[in-house]
Design a protein. Sequence first.
Length: 104
Amino acid sequence: MLVTTTESVEGKRIVAYHGLVAGECIIGANVFRDFFASIRDIVGGRAGSYEKALRDAKDEAVADMVEKAQALGANAVIGVDLDYETVGESMLMVSANGTAVVLE
């Protein structure tokens, strides 16, 4: 399954549009990760545990979107947009949205 942020794929023709597909993932930040991230913020550097959690959430959201596109008979998702939102004080939502299509 091809997943791209572009509206078209060079050298390929879109033969069918199956509409909007979306995938979401909500993750909770754990207390220990928050504590160590705050220490890291004070002394500088990257918060690796948060970065990994964000990558994992993005991968889950994209996989959910792809699964829905495949169920519609698509072989690609174009125009993909990723959004990151906080939910409450300790939750993060990642959503992936795109258009399910069939490429020749």
